[in-house]
Design a binder for this molecule. Structure first.
Ligand code: GLN
Length: 492
């Protein structure tokens, strides 16, 4: 048998069920690796808690009460609140914060029998594309320690890639599952907006935030998605009233005759030649499996950048007003009056990117500018969704790049934040329309230290299964998703 950390969620699950492996043995194996982690991917872990949960999980296996993913370890992005670990959202504002309850997604994984390993680093309040905005330091890309892992779920992607956990949760507001998955060579899916509950997810931009799984392959993502989705109508007013389904059911189906749309706006100038070539190869392979390709257009693609960077900060400025040193968050030590306490607490607690977005958001919502910016952005957001609606008349799903390039160097875009906003161009449209979208490893760059390339699949509402089906059929023919970085030092 392969090493424990090379096993997929599916393989681990069956090895645990058939008692070839024990839940405590598996948890200890990953905890050992986490102890040696030099990537900065974990913000907190607690071996006592994890081992206790693993023991309880083993008892359920022994008593034939195993849940669907009994004993399988998982780690959560630090924007999900958890009773058993601190929850910081990568911010000093929430340093040491302990929630009195678990986020619905966290609870659902616990109900399925998953054993939590700890909490994963991310950009502060999920704002960023490189994980460099975390107040607790950046995460390194396991393929090249001088490169970013992507963001904001950079800790999740790096930890799965470096085999520190077989599965992780992420959140995606404008690409934060797909882009780091692509940069680290793992598979990740953002389901349709509303399929996974936002209850207990520390809010960034509520009309866009959506949770999803990150793992080695599409099969694992299907298993994990099945455990985390489902209506949560009492706790999340935007929860979709669509029952969770068995996302593995359609995986083995043939993709013959499936129409895949190639939006011309996704393949234009600015797309790295190596990314383009990898997508061409993936296209040929899928054609060989019987898929048909059609050319489509998503004309408002470029506008998704200004639209997103108006709407998301607007919602953030409202959501983050709760961190005032009274209701939530850090409180300044010294202050004169109440107003000074608010100001100092927020000035000390928030990092610069978060402050920038709060100010942008307050500006676009302010009297006199609301109509010119926020309202216009909302109108164009609707048009972006209409573009997809039209496109899906001609195709069953859409294929394109996740990002214009592979992972960039640490610090490379710090001086020019606009360039990192622009790099979100291919993930933002599906987020603004609320559509399911996933990232599938499809190649490696030819640089001295090769970096992973990801392809993006976008589906129509509630058609996650179709994406997972294509990804699984693709992965049956390719090895990209099985590759793992050669880590030096203790962690090999
Ligand atoms: N990079 C985008 C941003 O900074 C998306 C982040 C996300 O999806 N959470 O807003």
């Amino acid at each position: 048998m392969s090493e424990i950390h090379d096993l997929s969620v599916a393989e681990l699950s069956s090895a645990l069920r058939s008692k070839k492996l024990g839940a405590v043995e598996v948890a200890s194996h990953f905890l050992d690796r986490i102890e040696k982690d030099k990537l900065g991917s974990f913000l907190s872990h607690n071996p006592d808690v994890t081992l206790q949960m693993a023991k309880a999980s083993q008892e359920r296996i022994d008593n034939n009460q195993a849940g669907a993913l009994e004993g399988v370890p998982i780690a959560h992005k630090d924007v999900f609140v958890t009773k058993d670990f601190p929850s910081t959202a990568g911010s000093k504002m929430l340093e040491g914060y302990r929630s009195s309850f678990d986020a619905t997604v966290v609870r659902k994984f616990a109900q399925a029998g998953c054993v939590p390993l700890g909490k994963l680093n991310c950009d502060e309040f999920a704002m960023g594309s490189s994980n460099e905005n975390s107040a607790y330091g950046p995460v390194l890309n396991p393929w090249d320690l001088n490169a970013v892992p992507g963001g904001s779920s950079g800790g999740s992607a790096a930890a799965v890639s470096a085999r520190l956990t077989p599965a992780a949760t992420g959140t995606d507001t404008g690409g934060s599952i797909r882009q780091p998955a692509s940069f680290c060579g793992v598979t990740g899916i953002k389901p349709t907006y509303g399929r996974a509950s936002r209850y207990g997810m520390i809010a960034y931009a509520s009309s866009l935030d959506q949770a999803g799984p990150m793992a080695k392959d599409a099969m694992d993502c299907a298993l994990l998605l099945g455990a985390m989705c489902g209506p949560d109508l009492d706790r999340d007013s935007t929860s979709l009233d669509v029952p969770a389904e068995d996302f593995t059911k359609q995986l083995t189906q043939s993709i013959k005759g499936l129409r895949i749309g190639l939006p011309k706006e996704f393949y234009g100038e600015g797309l790295d030649a190596e990314v383009k070539a990898a997508l061409e190869q993936a296209k040929s392979l899928l054609m060989g499996l019987g898929a048909e390709f059609v050319h489509i257009s998503l004309p408002k693609t470029e506008l998704s950048i200004p639209v997103y960077y108006i709407i998301a900060p607007a919602e953030a400025s409202s959501n983050l007003s709760r961190f005032d040193g009274v209701r939530y968050g850090h409180r300044a030590q010294e202050y004169g009056d109440l107003m000074e306490m608010y100001k100092k607490s927020r000035a000390e607690g928030f990092g610069s990117e978060v402050k920038k977005r709060i100010m942008t958001g307050a500006y676009v919502l302010s009297h006199g500018y609301y109509d010119a910016y926020y309202l216009q952005a909302q109108k164009i957001r609707r048009m972006i969704a209409e573009d997809f609606k039209l496109a899906f008349k001609h195709c069953d799903l859409i294929m394109g790049p996740v990002a214009p390039s592979t992972a960039w160097g640490l610090g490379e875009k710090t001086a020019d934040p606009l360039s990192s906003y622009l790099a979100d161009i291919f993930t933002l449209p599906a987020s603004l329309a609320g559509l399911p979208a996933m990232s599938v490893p499809c190649g490696m760059s030819k640089s001295v230290k090769p970096l992973p390339i990801g392809m993006q699949l976008i589906g129509n509402y509630v058609q996650e299964s179709k994406l997972l089906n294509v990804a699984h059929q693709y992965q049956l023919q390719t090895q990209w998703h099985t590759m793992s970085p050669a880590l030096s030092g203790d962690l090999k």
